[in-house]
Design a protein around this ligand. Structure first.
Ligand SMILES: NC(=O)C1=CN([C@@H]2O[C@H](COP(=O)(O)OP(=O)(O)OC[C@H]3O[C@@H](n4cnc5c(N)ncnc54)[C@H](OP(=O)(O)O)[C@@H]3O)[C@@H](O)[C@H]2O)C=CC1
Ligand SMILES: CC(=O)N[C@@H](CCC(=O)OP(=O)(O)O)C(=O)O
Length: 316
């Protein structure tokens, strides 16, 4: 049997950490070496995550302790602003595991690989420090990329996320009472994903996020102004060609529904609607923010980093 690849996870109590534990528990090659959480220190992992059948317990490991674990792969699923301490500790002891950071901390750092495999896998070879894209940012890029060379003027993106996107720390954006019968607009200009997508696509994107009462899943409606007139067939053909052979991207004629993407690992792109003059296109993408928007994408990146098939351990 092939040797197991040891994986440590910091931020294991969070929504994203929990999804990654489920994926790794079922993966043929990765094995959890430690799962770190302050709040659950000492508790059995299997009591919280039945998908995991082993004896591991959560531990509360700071940066130095994590750097000393000697794992092959390290995943950071912490709130923004916390990754640098862990990276500095690795550097200090000259430990060089493959690191996947799920936060926004290294998405603007060119010395890290930006891991959105469908768009960046050609640059993935040899990457050991990998920044996982944002959840909305993944939905936006996959909705816009096939038309990138035909855009005229900024793209507008209207995003609606389930409240798991706001993590487990209590706030208005994950308070079910405040969200009941509600749609909460926030960060209507300058959201970090607006800057992230603008940078990655090399084209201005204007992003208006909202949070809704459902738990998981993003609907992203993108409004694209085009440099010339397109027919609908031509547009659909472009998307089908761009994502042919992509097991995690489904191109659909109809606009996808978020209720159908929750719990699924891929992205659905569809609903292609053109204005009468053929120069304005509306495209809808949906994904599960905790899966393709976070944990599933992290596993794609880990598989690539270790030379494994990109979708190993990902139900497609
Ligand atoms: N939720 C989503 O849809 C997406 C999230 N992301 C990103 O993934 C990361 C994790 O998100 P998510 O799972 O939602 O977040 P959560 O708030 O659910 O979890 C955060 C995790 O970090 C730990 N943590 C919190 N504060 C600290 C701290 N000061 N020191 C050490 N550990 C801490 C928590 O565990 P404990 O307190 O027990 O230590 C918990 O395990 C974030 O960077 C987020 O932006 C990316 C894409 C989508
Ligand atoms: C509903 C909600 O609050 N969503 C989060 C985005 C998800 C996230 O975790 O941000 P990153 O992907 O950049 O890490 C937000 O808008 O900040």
């Amino acid at each position: 049997m092939a040797e197991r690849i040891s994986l440590g996870l910091v931020g294991a109590r969070g929504y994203v950490g929990a999804e990654l534990i489920r994926l790794v528990a079922a993966h043929p090659r990765f094995a959890l070496a430690f799962v770190s959480s302050r709040e659950r220190d000492g508790q059995r992992l299997a009591d919280h995550e039945p998908a995991y059948a082993g004896d591991l317990r959560y531990t509360n490991l700071g940066p130095e302790a994590v750097a000393g674990q000697g794992v092959d792969a390290l995943v950071l699923a912490l709130p923004n602003g916390m990754a640098a301490g862990f990276v500095a500790a690795l550097d200090w002891v000259a430990a060089d595991p493959v690191v996947v950071d799920l936060s926004a901390d290294y998405r603007f750092d060119d010395s890290w690989h930006y891991g959105l495999p469908e768009l960046t896998r050609a640059r993935a070879a040899g990457a050991r420090r990998i920044s996982n894209p944002g959840c909305y940012a993944t939905a936006m890029q996959l909705a816009v990329a096939p038309m990138r060379d035909a855009l005229a003027g900024p793209v507008q993106c209207f995003g609606v996320s389930g409240y798991s996107g706001a993590g487990t720390s209590p706030s208005d954006k994950n308070d079910p009472e405040k969200l009941r019968d509600n749609l909460m607009p926030y960060a209507l200009a300058g959201h970090i994903h607006e800057r992230e997508v603008t940078r990655q696509l090399g084209h201005p994107v204007e992003f208006m996020p909202h949070v809704a009462p459902h738990f998981r899943g993003i609907t992203l409606t993108a409004n694209l102004h085009l440099a010339r007139s397109f027919s609908r067939d031509e547009v659909v053909q472009r998307y089908r060609e761009a994502y042919a052979g992509e097991p995690l991207v489904a191109v659909s004629d109809e606009a996808p529904w978020v209720s159908r993407i929750a719990g699924r690992h891929g992205v659905e792109v569809g609903g292609f609607t053109l204005a009468d003059d053929g120069r304005r296109l509306v495209v809808v993408s949906t994904l599960d923010n905790l899966l393709k928007g976070a944990a599933t994408q992290a596993l794609q990146n880990l598989n690539l980093a270790f030379g494994l098939p990109e979708t190993m351990g990902i139900p497609t």
